[in-house]
Design a protein around this ligand. Structure first.
Ligand code: OGA
Ligand code: NI
Length: 366
């Protein structure tokens, strides 16, 4: 679900007061209010939650980097297949230090464990999408996600709101700063390899994105007495180009939609989950897709994820890359990415609905 930010503050209708899920659970541990109970077709059936392993590709980043000067390698082939068939993969040997990932997880958990009054010092103000609170809630009858969030703009500097960067726990903000630099480097490297899988010049995406927008959202999913009835996070595709998700290894929660089935992404220690966002779907004219995903909850374990969204600068105009349209119908229009971001954050999360914005009503033959 990205980007978290947009160039101009959108006029967002807020769907009334949204209760804090951790507080709700503390007060009434066995109760699930009606506003969280999903319609039957959206519920994660129990059997679904316990699906066995998935075959989601695992990419070894060190192999990709070692052969950075070759045109094609087995690992690049694996990456190409992961992008084309899955839109999701995990990366190992990505170079982000274990201590940094662990500290980030620990500090984020410490943040969510703070008393509510402390967390509310960083409120997501009405009409904004940064801070502690609930974005994407627009009406009183909209179902709510079983999740608390802290969302922050990171880069470029003008999107930051320093008052929303927590001063407690100590070192949270400095650690996030270091972490974000490292994740940014990883995104840039991944974009080089992804460009190569498409036969494009390696710097294509990084050049095109200019000063990329980077935002982070930390999601905390408390235990839920009825995981079969609720969603931790509604189904959606990400509005980013790339998303990097660090999930705790304690329990499974992230699921992706593949061939009409919800497939869990099993946590691998120290791996990062990467998914392609709407921007890459448009740029590749749908060769690579931004896959729908959601989070489910767990009855006995809470769960944490730290999600970085990496997207083009708001100034960038984008549309399918001509070489990739190549005699096929062009499916998406050209648009300004800032406008797309604004569209994304002013609509509720609902599968891939936001991508309709970019679709041409009747694809143009080339
Ligand atoms: C997101 C997202 C999944 C998760 O934040 O966009 O898809 O497991 N999160 O937290
Ligand atoms: Ni997402």
């Amino acid at each position: 679900m990205a980007p978290l930010l947009c160039p101009k503050t959108p006029e967002i209708k807020i769907g009334g007061h949204v209760q804090d899920v951790q507080e709700l659970r503390r007060a009434q541990p066995t109760y699930v209010p009606e506003r969280y109970v999903r319609d039957p077709d959206e519920r994660p059936a129990r059997s679904n939650i316990l699906l066995p392993s998935s075959g989601v590709p695992v990419i070894d980043m060190s192999k990709l980097e070692r052969s950075a000067n070759s045109r094609w390698t087995d690992e690049l082939g694996k990456l190409a297949a992961a992008c084309e068939e899955w839109g999701f993969f995990q990366v190992v040997n990505h170079g982000i230090e274990e201590w940094l990932m662990e500290s980030m997880e620990e500090l984020t958990r410490d943040f969510f464990m703070l008393p509510l009054e402390e967390k509310e010092k960083y409120p997501m103000a009405p009409g904004t999408i940064q801070g502690y609170g609930h974005a994407f809630v627009f009406s009183e009858d909209q179902k709510l996600d079983w999740c608390n969030m802290l969302a922050l703009g990171v880069q470029p500097a003008f999107i930051r709101n320093p008052r929303l960067w927590p001063t407690t726990p100590a070192h949270f903000s400095e650690t996030l700063e270091i972490y974000s630099v490292r994740i940014r480097e990883l995104c840039q490297k991944l974009l080089v390899h992804i460009a190569k899988t498409l036969g494009l010049a390696p710097s294509t995406f990084n050049d095109m994105f200019a000063e990329a927008v980077q935002a982070v959202r930390m999601n905390y999913y408390p235990q839920c007495p009825r995981p079969d009835l609720v969603l931790g996070l509604s189904s959606h595709s990400d509005g980013s180009a790339l998303t990097v998700l660090q999930q705790d290894t304690g329990c499974i929660g992230l699921q992706i939609l593949k061939d009409d089935a919800w497939i869990p992404i099993h946590p691998i220690p120290n791996a990062l989950v990467i998914n392609l966002g709407d921007t890459l779907e448009v740029l590749t004219n749908g060769k690579y897709k931004s896959v729908e995903h959601r989070a489910v909850t767990n009855e006995v374990r809470d769960r944490l994820s730290i999600v970085t969204f990496y997207a083009p600068s708001y100034e960038v105009e984008l549309g399918p890359i001509p070489e990739l349209v190549n005699n096929q119908p062009c499916k998406y229009k050209r648009y300004n990415h800032g406008e797309y971001s604004r569209h994304y954050v002013t609509n509720k999360l609902q599968g891939k609905k936001t991508l309709e914005f970019a679709k041409l009503q009747s694809p143009i033959s080339t």
